[in-house]
Design a protein around this ligand. Structure first.
Ligand code: 23J
Ligand code: MN
Length: 259
């Protein structure tokens, strides 16, 4: 059998499980809310064109209204000023959209501290236990935040001091961007940066350093608890929006199961 025939058979029989890491897209899908004076994205929306009616007797279809950065989505380098000369989302080579992924689980700490920040030493510790970060792969940062994704207020967890969601320290973001062979960072929260990251130095360090280094972001992932610490392969397929800064993305993980 060819390699591809083996893959198809393994998927068909469940020897390779396909785990969907994508949040469902609807008007209720939580979105980012930046504070004044910044402009914000819109909620996802379906606009019905016809539904087996006088507008189209035999067919149902919709227009969609969405931001690029709505729901589970892909951040392209050009999204940030540091990556302005880098790739837009349509320029990302398809070969780079299939890559290994590892999972770093900080859900215990995020449960007691919603402002929990990943530090370089946490990743170092993870590497000592689980091996090196994958060359050209994804680091998936599990925080348990996907459990809140059914509700915008719980998901953003904002109070009078702003949003409180876990993320990555500025030092760690710089290190991940510049000192590791990662292709990108995937998170369960609304963006790759912590809720409080507008006040970091630099502001939004994950966006700033990762996208500035030509790396990618994936947000609002779910089902990371169904992935092995290492060994999964991710297929992340953003729409080729010409000139776009990002796109809603379907993220599928291939996971090998025992016999
Ligand atoms: C624009 C400004 C700040 C942030 C973001 C977008 C995102 O999180 C995003 O979706 O890229 S933090
Ligand atoms: Mn984004």
């Amino acid at each position: 059998m060819t390699l591809l025939a083996q893959l198809a058979e393994a998927v068909a029989t469940g020897t390779i499980e396909v785990v969907d890491l994508t949040a469902p897209l609807s008007h209720e899908t939580p979105i980012l809310r930046l504070p004044e004076p910044f402009d914000n994205t819109v909620h996802f929306e379906l606009r019905e064109i016809s539904r087996y009616d006088e507008r189209g007797p035999a067919w149902y279809w919709n227009d969609i209204v969405t931001g690029e950065h709505v729901g589970t989505h892909f951040d392209a380098p050009v999204h940030w000023i540091t990556g302005r000369d880098g790739e837009d989302v349509a320029q990302v080579a398809p070969q780079r959209l299939i890559a290994p992924a590892v999972v770093l689980d900080a859900s215990d700490r995020a449960a007691t501290d919603p402002d929990h920040l990943l530090q370089v030493e946490d990743v170092r510790e993870w590497e000592a236990k689980h091996g090196p970060l994958p060359d050209g792969g994804w680091l998936l940062y599990r925080t348990g935040w996907d459990a809140r994704s059914g509700d915008q207020a719980e998901f953003l967890n904002a109070n009078e001091t702003g949003p409180h969601t876990p993320g990555v320290s500025a030092e760690c973001a710089k290190w991940l961007a510049e000192q590791t062979p990662l292709r990108g960072l995937g998170v369960e929260t609304v963006g790759t940066d912590a809720g409080a990251a507008h006040g970091f130095d630099p502001p939004f360090p994950c966006h700033s350093y990762m996208l500035g280094a030509g790396k990618y972001g994936l947000t609002q992932l779910r089902n990371l608890d169904r992935l092995p610490t290492r060994g999964a392969v991710l297929i992340a397929a953003p729409l080729p929006i010409v000139g776009g800064s990002g796109s809603p993305v379907r993220v599928l993980a291939l996971v090998e199961r025992e016999g």
